[in-house]
Write a protein that binds this ligand. Structure first.
Ligand code: AGP
Length: 608
């Protein structure tokens, strides 16, 4: 959500900023803008719509200069429009500001500024920041930033430049991510690493409350007490290629195909010489584990669905009760969390505001926090006691795929470790499951070679108004994730139900030709699922089954079946979700919608 790029150095700022913003497109946005300072003073352009609108304009009206800031906006305060797009300026357009987040006390500040005669051009909360910079500016941009920061409340990543000082910019961070890119004779600040990776691999994250003062030759970071903080940059190991499409039509398809590798990387880096799982960044001892009387899993969206599958694995293998809660609800429910609780927080981006807020609430209540995240150094990783990094590589498509399957792997590995520590699994079973877990990567690779069945299903459902997904037990969680995937990118109304619950109400929705996707991979549930399928068939549903190879009973009741190879029942979610991902992908392509950047959605949701 909202992408930020700031640059100062020897290159053409416009080019660096636009190419950086392109790498942040995955975050979701509705408008884009840029301000550059050069020999003509402050020049800017901003438009509602895709970055290409701005880019096309700049082709005819280039901005000259070696310092500038650029932004892609995801609307919160004020509709998407040219006026509300960032940057925002002071009255005489000498100061430009871009912002990601929400200034919670902006109404109060706006009233104060209006009283002083400031005029507002937009409906945004951000514009108050531009006027505040104007109010306090006395020739020293850094000192002004300190003053501004003391006045604003909320969540923000802010960059500001001043025409009278064309060699510097400032960056302020509170809850919204900002990364510094250290170059040679040039420096960068951006919302995420891919924006700077073309120019440098040496990066450091700003922490909450920190302000960076950036010039071409230096970056100095200050803490809330205005003391200098020594930052230790780290080197990014992955390549920009990992964050580009690499020959695929869409990031989503590329990321679906990267799942086998993601699974391998997530497992293989954590095996010791004797074949045991070794969770390096998790310092939980046997005694710590013995103390936990329950586990909470807290997350949003797809990460939440991964957590719901994780519950099955942990409860079955380690026999610890697990409760799953949506992060935005968790902290308002006075959850049963204390120092005997392990809270597992799941987030691909590691920056989701709801999840971060839930983490802090759990911490406040004394829980031990274990996070599963894909982004090294993200806010959630930094604030957790223990971290399990999923090595999925950067996930760009808004619809999460490889993050989900690697999160499942994380849960299986954590569950196996908890089980071993609690003696609820024997070594034979432990090694068998590890073996099968490893094999899923190869199995999935094989499965991905042929997506003709999923394309066929996409052709059947693409013009339907609604579609239902059914499942029992852990398959119900897979059904939930499949339904989310389809609705978020194809905009087809999709809902998932526990198959046994259907007859208590939802079956009223079934009519002639209603497509139903029935997930049935659990050997103990096949017969029950078959009965539920018969129930919807009797009401005219067209049923597509997703089951394990060899299940002829399923084939006998469904109109069409997609088979996945048979693995241990506990591990089937790793495979069964993939046909659902591909059905959503192909349906969306057939409908001609933007697969990677669906309407109304952002990749990283940094507001509550
Ligand atoms: C997934 O396809 C969604 N775009 C969304 O539900 C996402 O999983 C959710 O916003 C959580 O994001 P996170 O994993 O980065 O915290």
């Amino acid at each position: 959500m909202c992408g930020i790029v700031g640059y100062v150095g020897h290159s053409n700022a416009q080019q660096v900023i636009i190419s950086g913003l392109e790498k942040l497109e995955y975050r979701g946005y509705d408008s884009a803008g840029i301000a550059v300072i050069g020999k003509n003073g402050m020049e800017s352009a901003k438009f509602k719509g895709r970055l290409s609108v701005l880019d096309n304009y700049l082709k005819d009206h280039p901005l000259e200069g070696n310092i500038g800031i650029g932004h892609t906006r995801w609307a919160t305060h004020g509709v998407p429009s040219d006026e509300n797009a960032h940057p925002h300026f002071n009255q005489d357009k000498t100061i430009a500001v871009i912002h990601n987040g929400i200034i919670e006390n902006y109404l109060e500040l706006k009233a104060m500024l209006l009283e002083k005669g400031y005029q507002f051009r937009s409906q945004t909360d951000t514009e108050v920041v531009a006027h505040l910079f104007d109010l306090y500016y006395d020739g020293d941009l850094l000192k002004t930033a300190f003053k501004v920061e003391s006045e604003i409340r909320g969540t923000y990543a802010i960059l500001a430049i001043h025409q009278d000082s064309p060699h510097e910019f400032v960056a302020l961070r509170c809850e919204a991510p900002l990364v510094i890119g250290y170059g040679k004779g040039e420096n960068f600040v951006a919302s995420d690493i891919p924006a700077v990776l073309e120019y440098t691999r040496d990066v450091a994250f700003l922490e909450n409350g920190e302000i960076a003062h950036v010039t071409a030759d230096n970056v100095v970071v200050y803490n809330t007490k205005h003391e200098v903080v020594r930052k230790q940059p780290f080197t990014v190991e992955w390549t920009l290629d990992a964050a580009t499409k690499g020959g695929y039509d869409h990031f989503m398809l590329k990321e679906i195909h990267e799942q086998p590798q993601g699974i391998r990387d997530t497992i293989n880096t954590r095996m010791d010489a004797k074949g045991y799982i070794k969770l390096d960044d998790i310092k939980l001892t046997k005694e710590d584990i013995a103390k936990f009387d329950k586990i909470y899993v807290v997350a949003c969206g797809t990460a939440f669905h991964a957590g719901c599958v994780g519950k099955y694995a942990i409860e079955k293998l380690a026999r610890i009760p697990v409760m799953c809660d949506i992060a935005s609800e968790f902290r308002y429910q006075d959850p049963f969390v204390d120092d005997k609780t392990l809270v597992i927080v799941v987030s691909q981006s590691g920056e989701t505001a709801d999840t971060l807020a839930a983490l802090r609430e759990a911490k406040r209540k004394g829980a031990r926090i274990l996070s599963i995240t894909n982004v090294v150094g993200s806010s959630i990783a930094r604030e957790s006691d223990d971290v399990f990094y999923t090595w999925a590589g950067p996930e760009v498509a808004v619809a999460s795929t490889k993050a989900y399957t690697t999160q499942l792997v994380a849960f299986y590995m954590i569950a196996l470790n908890l089980a071993l520590a609690k003696n609820t699994i024997n070594e034979k079973h432990y090694f068998e499951l590890i073996d099968q877990l490893k094999q899923t990567a190869d199995i999935l690779e094989e499965m991905l070679k042929d997506d003709s069945r999923e394309k066929e299903v996409a052709g059947l459902i693409k013009d339907k108004a609604a579609l239902f997904y059914l499942g029992r037990g852990v398959d119900m969680q897979t059904a939930k994730e499949m339904a989310l995937k389809l609705k978020e990118i194809s905009y087809i109304y999709a809902e998932s139900f526990a198959a046994g619950e259907l007859k208590h109400g939802p079956i009223a929705l079934i009519e002639n030709g209603t497509p139903v996707i029935a997930v049935s991979t659990q050997s103990a549930m096949v017969e029950k699922m078959v009965s539920n399928i018969q129930e919807v068939k009797a009401r005219g549903a067209y049923v597509i089954g997703i089951g394990c190879e060899g299940d002829s009973l399923l084939a006998s009741v469904c109109d069409k079946v997609i088979y996945i190879p048979r693995v241990d029942d506990l591990l089937t979610p790793l495979l069964s979700v993939v046909p659902g991902q591909l059905i959503a992908y192909h349906t969306t392509c057939m409908k001609g919608f933007d697969v990677d950047k669906p309407r109304n959605l952002a990749k990283s949701v940094t507001v509550e």
